[in-house]
Design a protein around this ligand. Structure first.
Ligand SMILES: NC(=O)c1ccc[n+]([C@@H]2O[C@H](COP(=O)([O-])OP(=O)(O)OC[C@H]3O[C@@H](n4cnc5c(N)ncnc54)[C@H](O)[C@@H]3O)[C@@H](O)[C@H]2O)c1
Length: 372
């Protein structure tokens, strides 16, 4: 089948790995052009990957482009997504899918009314590490799983992102920015969430850019959202999970002594790898024994961002169900917003949206995933 022509809007930091994987690896797409409100950013990426730089308007008007990858900043995912759908093109958005429940519903409704598809990152749950966890759970390796603890504890993105302010504004913060990895991972293992309870704090009024090499290093900026959030998630399946996320600890993301996620079952415990990665290690403890590493093999252990887009294109081309559907992105968005609302109102919140438990993936997938 002919490769789907794809356009990319938002040529910032994360666009590089997407362009690398989508131009060189995945077999069912051709990235035709990229655009950005900052023309120089678009030209830089276009030059780097041998594609065309366009304005956003030119890209949306290009009749060859069937699908647009939306890699803009979080508060633009909704508005830019609506423009993409209104231009008659499918949209795959970086996380979060939207920053409000209304925006997420509007995107799904517009896509449906126009017979288009809307998809959402993250796709890390499709990596070999998380798929090994899923296979252990499905095979009963820890008996009946009943609860999980999840932690994202870090000193914040000001240590690595040259322009981190957007991550401290309304619609961002640790839950809206990194929460999607955790909540998507939990949903990809346990199914949809039924209700949540949250509590939050904002320990710092302002932060400082600390990223080495940032021309703006040392500049201060205001913190507009809570940056320490803890929550209880009740799943429709009967599972429960505690999730704590923070940008305020004096440790880097990978240095915290807390696990990323641990899953407890009647016969053992699984320690889940970093949900912002595609690889292991996956650790399994049975009965009273020690944790033992379970080998994670496959072609999807390095940074495979874009595999969710490849999966979506396969879904569009074949009409088969696909795993990065916007309905999951919208559900994840509602879970995060409900946690924040619950923290303000001091009451549990029952969710309005739901989604399917994504089917597990085979460990034998080819590196290019799909060629149709
Ligand atoms: N940086 C990371 O490590 C990382 C990892 C995974 C996901 N993400 C997600 O990817 C998205 C982008 O992050 P980033 O780090 O690349 O941000 P960034 O600020 O580096 O890049 C965003 C780009 O989008 C452009 N843009 C903003 N609004 C636009 C609009 N309306 N129209 C066209 N262009 C617009 C900006 O000019 C900028 O070049 C965010 O949603 C983020 O959560 C980032």
């Amino acid at each position: 089948m002919e490769k789907m022509k794809v356009g990319l809007i938002g040529c910032g930091m994360i666009s590089e790995i997407y362009l690398k994987n989508c131009t060189q690896r995945f077999g069912n797409m051709e990235i035709k052009a990229c655009a950005d409100i900052n023309r120089q950013a678009a030209e830089k990426r276009a030059g780097q990957f041998g594609i065309q730089a366009m304005t956003v308007e030119e890209l949306l008007a290009d009749p060859e482009i069937e699908l647009v990858l939306n890699l803009t900043v979080p508060d633009q995912h909704g508005p830019v997504g609506m423009r993409i759908l209104n231009a008659g093109k499918h949209v795959y958005s970086e996380k979060p899918f939207a920053t409000s429940y209304e925006e997420a519903s509007a995107l799904l409704n517009l896509a449906k009314s126009k017979n288009l598809y809307a998809g959402s990152a993250p796709d890390t749950f499709m990596g070999d590490g998380m798929q090994m966890v899923r296979s252990l759970l499905d095979s009963g390796a820890i008996g009946r799983a009943f609860a999980a603890q999840a932690f994202l504890l870090s000193r914040g993105p000001e240590y690595f992102h040259p322009n981190p302010e957007f991550l401290y504004k309304e619609g961002a913060g640790p839950l809206m920015d990194w929460g999607p990895y955790y909540i998507t991972a939990l949903i990809a293992l346990f199914g949809p969430v039924k209700s949540v309870y949250g509590s939050s704090r904002k320990p710092y009024g302002e932060k400082e850019i600390k990223a080495p090499g940032s021309p703006r290093k040392g500049q201060k900026f205001p913190v507009e959202v809570p940056t320490y959030i803890t929550s209880i998630l009740e799943f429709t399946s009967g599972m429960m999970a505690n999730l704590t996320v923070s940008f305020d600890l004096q440790c880097a993301y990978w240095e915290s002594h807390m696990p990323y996620i641990q899953i407890y079952g009647t016969e053992g415990t699984i320690s889940v790898p970093d949900v912002n990665s595609f690889a292991g290690p996956v650790l399994l403890r049975k009965g009273g024994g020690e944790f033992e590493e379970v080998e994670v093999k496959g072609n999807f252990t390095e940074n495979c961002r874009g595999m969710g887009l490849c999966e979506m294109i396969h879904g569009i081309r074949t009409g088969q169900p696909w795993r990065t559907e916007g309905s999951m992105g919208a559900h994840v968005t509602e879970v995060m917003l409900a946690i924040m609302e619950s923290a303000k109102e001091k009451r549990a919140i029952t969710l309005k949206t739901t989604c399917e438990l994504p089917k597990p993936l085979s460990p034998d997938r080819k590196p290019e995933m799909y060629t149709d």
